[in-house]
Design a protein around this ligand. Structure first.
Ligand SMILES: Cc1cc2nc3c(=O)[nH]c(=O)nc-3n(C[C@H](O)[C@H](O)[C@H](O)COP(=O)(O)OP(=O)(O)OC[C@H]3O[C@@H](n4cnc5c(N)ncnc54)[C@H](O)[C@@H]3O)c2cc1C
Length: 401
């Protein structure tokens, strides 16, 4: 396996890192203090800088106005952007818009591309993705209550969704709804594009997460659909293909997510080291001189590199052999990286003492917001079951001769 990258790309990564550290990290106090209006206008200005530097939307092909990065390249960019919570947003490749844009590119009709993809890719509008429902287990999404009933040339949609990230201020939603309750479970649902100002589409609330409700992009919405009527032409892709498309959306998304988490880990280790070097326990002793702190730093660095090697290997396998060949690795990186992230952020909080639990450093934001990493994108347990099932099946075949 060769993970080497061309010098030119290495230089670009270094520039992106400098931009994130010097232009975005200083905005973190606005995010931590919930000063949304100020943050949004500062980010709009940074987005313009990113666009003029030619770094915008690295996940999208050039013909769609993006940077056309391959999966490994995109992973490495995502790692740099992960260093600050606004990195991906500023570079136009934030969840859920990145995944929605990729879906529209693959499955959108020409009219859908003009109406939704073009302004989305340009960063002029935002979107959300409504699949999970409070009444049903999201880890088994074939169980779903949202129904799109066909009436002539329209779908009439009724349902209840939640945890639609960034629904507040989104122009449109990609809504997963059952279009044929009689079909086999994985062919029942379709994806439907719904404008958020459409009658019958209601953002009920921004759900508070551990005491923080957020605003705009930094939210998770509860959504109710009541007799929401849209033309059948608003369906994205084939009828019944919703789950297949959702799976497609998750594959490359997993690499971006994991690399973003690793970016958080690297910055956290730097913050941990800086604090350990400057915090004095007495005139002679710093935190950095304590072996237990040194052990935490070394363990964190080793865990980061181990997870990173696995994520890059998964991306490398996908690029060369496709998603099927990388199936288990894609599951493994989910739970390995999410847990690595949480251990490292937790150690950093501990090293900072009381300061660690305040909103005076970015650590508390990650501690709170990234707890969900073990839950979304498939709970860890589901991925572990999948990996174990494949390994056990392979061994059983050997035992049975
Ligand atoms: C911050 C955040 C952002 C999100 N963004 C979006 C979004 O934009 N759009 C969207 O549609 N959804 C989103 N989600 C929802 C997310 O996809 C679901 O939370 C996830 O799929 C799990 O579903 P659930 O919460 O219903 O948990 P459940 O399915 O009820 O599972 C609960 C717990 O049970 C355990 N479990 C589940 N299955 C098994 C099993 N087979 N074996 C053993 N244990 C198991 C796991 O520990 C799991 O955490 C988001 C969630 C969070 C927290």
């Amino acid at each position: 396996m060769d993970f080497s990258i061309p010098d030119e790309f290495r230089d670009r990564l270094a520039e992106i890192r400098r931009f994130v550290d010097s232009e975005l990290a200083p905005l973190e106090p606005l995010l931590l203090a919930g000063e949304w209006a100020d943050l949004e206008s500062r980010l709009a200005e940074k987005r313009r800088k990113v666009q003029s530097a030619g770094w915008w939307a690295p996940n999208l092909p050039r013909e769609a106005g993006g940077g056309g990065a391959g999966l490994v390249e995109l992973g490495l960019i995502s790692e740099e952007l992960g260093r600050s919570p606004t990195g991906h947003f500023t570079f136009g490749c934030q969840a859920p818009d990145a995944g929605n844009a990729e879906l529209l590119l693959l499955h959108g009709s020409p009219a859908q591309k003009t109406r939704y993809l073009e302004p989305l890719a340009a960063g002029d509008i935002r979107s959300c993705f409504c699949m999970t429902e409070p009444e049903f287990a999201g880890s088994n999404p074939v169980e779903m209550g949202t129904l799109a009933r066909r009436e002539g040339d329209e779908y009439v949609i009724d349902g209840h969704k939640w945890f639609a990230t960034a629904a507040d201020g989104a122009r449109f939603a990609v809504v997963m709804a059952v279009t044929d309750p009689e079909a086999p479970p994985h062919r029942r649902a379709s994806m439907i594009l719904i404008d958020c100002d459409q009658p019958g589409f209601e953002l009920v609330r921004n759900i508070p997460v551990m005491g923080h409700r957020g605003r705009g992009y930094f939210t998770h919405g509860e959504v109710r659909l009541t007799e929401c009527r849209v033309p059948v032409s608003q369906r994205l892709g084939e009828e019944g293909a919703g789950f297949i498309m959702a799976q497609e959306r998750l594959g490359p998304g997993r690499i971006h997510h994991c690399m973003r988490w690793l970016g958080i880990c690297r910055r956290t280790i730097e913050i941990m080291c800086d604090y350990a070097l400057t915090r004095r326990l007495s005139a002679e002793r710093r935190l950095a001189d304590q072996q237990i702190v040194q052990a935490w730093i070394a363990e964190s660095a080793a865990e980061l590199e181990a997870a990173r090697a696995l994520v890059l290997k998964a991306a490398w396998t996908i690029e060369r052999q496709g998603f099927k060949a990388a199936r288990d690795e894609i599951s493994m990186i989910k739970f390995i990286t999410a847990n690595t992230l949480q251990r490292i952020v937790d150690r950093a909080v501990q090293i900072h003492g009381a300061l660690g639990v305040t909103d005076d450093t970015v650590l508390s934001f990650w501690y709170r917001e990234e707890r969900a990493a073990r839950i979304y994108d498939g709970p860890d347990e589901v991925h572990k079951l999948a990996v174990a099932r494949h390994l056990l099946k392979a061994r059983a075949r050997i035992l049975e001769g």
